[in-house]
Ligand binder design. Structure first.
Ligand code: CP
Length: 304
């Protein structure tokens, strides 16, 4: 593939190549000099039309650790505010000899739309409720690191599946790697088409946790007032929030994940988020190596 728009478009072999490449970059970033000179001839623009902490910094660090030149663009302080279109904005940036674009955008399909209209490699850093492919890759990579492989593992994704790009990309990625996937949440937050994706559905958190090896707790999107957390946020927490009492009552030690940012005390309590069963910060650490691998492999397809 020439772009990374979604996990739907990549094969198991592509994912395994990304992981193998990320393994060697993980060694690199644990050395005193955390850089390789591989992409000294490449310039990358990070375009963020939506807020981000982890993804934005992780891509920037990944690019710098590969020795690429990096420019950062934030929509809030740009001429997009004066009415410039997305394609015009990107073509202006590309005319400054930029080779690759990493873009987060609030609208589903924005990354694909751009990839079909500009002459650069495009990496989707999250497009609305559609996909967040590098998040799914780093999540699966972190499961592989902790459990040895993803194949045959049982993973439950808990929370707002309907509005979550992380859920959709994770479902595609985990299934391609041979995992069994379940989603758990209130009926109102599970999409009607879920059965077409071949995942199990459970509305009882305890039953879901008893089934799984790994629980990936999704963020409640407090900034999106249009999402109605049914019946109320407090009841959501009572029914679907992960706390230490439930975790300790299981007859096995499951692994707890969260893509971040966390709403402590809403979808997950602090004592779970900070417990030894949590790999939340390992996910963030692995994000740099995985994004280095994605960028390095896509850069290999740029004509020099
Ligand atoms: N997980 C994630 O995408 O976090 P940010 O929104 O901070 O990038």
């Amino acid at each position: 593939v020439n772009h990374l728009i979604g996990i739907k478009d990549v094969t198991r072999e592509d994912i395994e190549l990304i992981f193998k490449t990320a393994d060697s970059f993980k060694d690199v970033i644990n050395r005193p000099i955390k850089k390789v000179p591989s992409l000294r001839d490449i310039t990358i623009a990070n375009l963020f039309f939506e807020n981000s902490t982890r993804t934005r910094l992780s891509f920037e660090l990944a690019e710098k650790r590969l020795s690429a030149d990096v420019v950062n663009f934030s929509a809030a302080s740009s001429s997009v505010k004066k009415g410039e279109t997305l394609v015009d904005t990107v073509n202006n940036i590309l005319s400054m000899k930029v080779d690759m674009v990493v873009m987060r955008h609030p609208n589903p399909g924005a990354a694909k739309f751009l990839s079909e209209r500009v002459n650069a490699r495009v990496v989707n850093a999250g497009d609305g409720t559609h996909e967040h492919p590098t998040q799914a890759l780093l999540d699966a990579y972190s499961i592989r690191e902790r459990l040895g492989s993803v194949e045959g593992k049982k993973i439950v994704i808990v929370g707002d599946i309907l509005h979550s790009r992380v859920a959709l990309s994770n479902i595609f990625c985990l299934q391609k790697l041979g995992a069994e996937v379940m989603v758990c949440g209130p009926t109102t937050l599970i999409p009607k088409y879920i059965h077409e994706l071949g995942v199990k559905v459970e509305h009882n958190l305890r039953k879901a946790l008893e089934w799984c090896d790994v629980a990936n707790m999704l963020r409640i999107q407090l900034e999106r007032q249009d999402i109605k957390y049914f019946p109320s946020l407090r009841e959501y927490t009572m029914l679907f929030g992960l706390n230490k009492e439930i975790l300790d009552s299981l007859d096995k030690e499951i692994i707890v994940m969260h893509p971040g940012p966390i709403n402590r005390g809403v979808e997950i309590t602090s004592d779970v988020a900070d417990s030894k069963q949590s790999i939340i910060l390992n996910q963030v650490e692995n994000g740099v190596a995985v994004r280095m691998a994605v960028i390095y492999l896509l850069a290999g397809k740029i004509e020099r």
